[in-house]
Design a protein around this ligand. Structure first.
Ligand code: FES
Length: 110
């Protein structure tokens, strides 16, 4: 099943794309033409951390809980390189993304 994803950043227009429940948010964004901040892509470094404003995610592989903590108890970070949606999502990130041109054939193949 796939879900509607919206990612927000304080200085950018929100981006939207679809993401299957078996796909990481980073991979779905990349397929849609958006390169989100990341480094390890294994849930270990925290470079991709983002706050879930609404909706829920599922971890497809282990994620470092140290990077999910916040000084504000109301904020819980998710590492979107290993997280997949389990509902429609609105996410906010502190790191800006880059937009890339998507090869039409790649976009069709997902
Ligand atoms: S890129 Fe390192 S935790 Fe996601």
């Amino acid at each position: 099943m796939d879900y509607q994803i919206e990612i927000r950043h304080a200085d950018l227009e929100p981006i939207q794309f679809r993401c299957d429940s078996s796909q990481t948010l980073i991979d779905a964004a990349k397929a849609a033409g958006f390169k989100l901040a990341s480094t390890c892509l294994r849930g270990g470094c925290g470079a991709c951390k983002a706050v879930v404003i609404s909706g829920t995610v599922t971890a497809l592989s282990p994620m470092s809980q140290n990077h999910c903590l916040s000084d504000d108890a109301a904020i819980s970070y998710q590492l979107i390189c290993v997280a997949a949606p389990s509902s429609d999502l609105i996410i906010e990130t502190e790191s800006p993304w880059k937009t890339r041109t998507v090869n039409p054939l790649s976009a069709r193949l997902g």
